[in-house]
Design a protein around this ligand. Structure first.
Ligand SMILES: O=C(O)c1ccccc1NCC(=O)[C@H](O)[C@H](O)COP(=O)(O)O
Length: 268
């Protein structure tokens, strides 16, 4: 892990310290992964914006927490048209767990991303998933080896970047799925122009996903117009207080559909 910790928000430094101490799995996993590209294509074919909806009970930037059953949340997200799911497995700062991931993946037929802060190969063996997140900034020079190690196990590696430099490193490491995080993990500030700046540098052959800070259907349309093949959305879908135009508050299925239907109906 080659991270300039002095430039990271304290919460992120804490996340990384916890991640470096977490053990991996007892034995090497082997995954028969559900294809994200096929799930995205199926969503496009029936007019849905390809959304990866995130089961994110809490986070360093979230007020409060949702303690709903993750399987119920996941079912609601799929009912709302999500093409795929992301499940937090980071326990100390997001209330995530490997158990949540396993239960959700057994309950749905869409691809499921393991969302964690993986910094070592053995940590890949903690749980099976269809995709696994590798954050370029946190794994540094180990990225190519981790991409290969993930693929060797059957995972589809999703490499997360925030800058053009990190994108170049991800492409050099062989990434074919790129997530551009609009959240700056140094200051925990979100800026959608991040995706607009980085996405044009992604080759057409690579799937590019806009992550973080997407809170309205207009944001979703903005990211799609900037070239996003898919959107990763957590807080706005998990929001237990928000109300949409219909006055539905905290309904995860309705929250999800606000985004999956963003290109089929103008925001009210
Ligand atoms: O979400 C946070 O507060 C956070 C803090 C520190 C490191 C990572 C964090 N989030 C991880 C993510 O990237 C998001 O969960 C994901 O992209 C969804 O973002 P959002 O739709 O803004 O909840």
């Amino acid at each position: 892990m080659n991270t300039r910790s002095e430039e990271l928000a304290p919460a992120v430094r804490s996340i990384l310290e916890a991640a470096s101490e977490r053990s991996g799995g007892d034995e090497r996993v082997s995954v028969d992964a559900r294809s994200l590209s096929e799930a995205f294509a199926a969503a496009e074919a029936d007019g849905r914006v390809p959304v990866i909806a995130e089961v994110k009970p809490t986070s360093p930037t979230t007020d409060g927490a949702r303690d709903d059953d993750p399987v119920a949340l996941a079912a609601s997200m799929v009912e709302g048209g999500a093409a795929a799911l992301s499940v937090l497995t980071e326990p100390e700062h997001f209330d995530g767990s490997v158990e949540n991931l396993t239960r959700v993946r057994e309950a749905v037929d869409v691809p499921v991303l393991r969302k964690d802060f993986i910094v070592r190969e053995d940590q890949l063996d903690a749980a099976e998933a269809d995709l696994v997140l590798l954050i370029a900034r946190f794994v540094g020079d180990d990225l190519a080896d981790l991409v290969e190690a993930a693929r060797d196990r059957g995972f589809q590696p999703l490499v997360e970047v925030h800058t053009r430099e990190e994108l170049a490193a991800a492409l050099a490491a062989g990434a074919e799925l790129i997530g551009v995080n609009n959240r700056d993990l140094g200051r925990l500030e979100v800026d959608l122009s991040t995706f607009e700046s980085v996405a044009p540098e992604v080759p057409d052959r690579v799937t590019v996903i806009a992550e973080s800070g997407i809170t309205t259907p207009a944001d979703a349309r903005r990211m799609r117009e900037a070239g996003a093949d898919g959107l990763l959305i957590g807080s706005a879908i998990m929001d237990s207080e928000g109300e949409d135009a219909s006055g539905t508050g905290g309904d995860v299925s309705a929250n999800t559909r606000r985004f999956t239907a963003a290109e089929s109906e103008e925001e009210v």
